[in-house]
Design a protein around this ligand. Structure first.
Ligand code: ADP
Ligand code: MG
Length: 183
């Protein structure tokens, strides 16, 4: 079995979750056993499933820590999907390496930068070690250009604030500000 690591990054609303679900569905068409994990912190649309902003959905197991994947991994699993990778701690990197070394195809979606435009670990490290990296873009809500940044529009200045349209907008480099930009 050939294990390897695929990373899907981009701003919020860039279609990372849709792309993750698309790849996982195709693995199912190939009759490969899949398992999907997400951080328990992400309860935005659904407590259990991985759900996109367009409400495409796939069953998943919410976990606190990446190491928990080992407690749940089934012997026949060939493809592991992980959404919201940036909400896991740095030990996600070692877990993902070990999964790939065991012959599993691992697909991780997550934000490459935070709301201040800074690299959002562990995604940048995963981008470095992955065999495949896909960088997606949303549409800038100000000008319609390709959006590479996630603008925070409400809330405080902590790195983590789980939200959707209530707290974030997709913006291009020109219209992004590394501060809370209240309308
Ligand atoms: P991500 O996981 O990257 O946050 P999703 O896969 O959950 O993104 O959602 C992508 C969907 O978000 C798009 O198909 C589109 O319907 C919707 N969407 C909402 N706002 C935007 C935007 N500004 N740019 C692009 N897509 C947007
Ligand atoms: Mg997503």
């Amino acid at each position: 079995p050939r294990g390897w690591i695929e990373v899907v990054v981009g701003s919020m609303f860039s279609g990372k979750t849709e792309e993750l679900i698309r790849r996982l569905r195709r693995a199912e068409f190939a009759r490969l056993q899949i398992q999907v994990f997400k951080p328990i912190i992400d309860k935005r649309y659904n407590e259990m499933a991985v759900t996109s902003h367009d409400l495409t959905t796939i069953d998943s197991l919410p976990i606190h820590d990446a190491e928990e994947i080992w407690n749940h991994l089934k012997p026949g699993t060939k493809v592991v999907g992980i959404d919201e990778g940036q909400f896991f701690s740095q030990n996600l990197v070692q877990v993902v390496q070990d999964l790939a070394d065991r012959g599993i195809r691992v697909i991780i979606a997550g934000l490459d930068t935070d709301w201040q435009g800074k690299p959002f670990e562990p995604m940048p490290t995963l981008m470095a070690i992955a065999e495949s990296v896909t960088k997606q873009h949303a549409v800038c809500v100000v000008c319609g250009a390709q959006a590479s940044r996630t603008q925070r529009t409400s809330g405080g200045d902590g790195q983590v604030l789980v939200g959707t349209h209530d707290a974030y907008e997709a913006r291009c480099r020109q219209h992004f500000k590394p501060e809370v930009d209240k309308p």
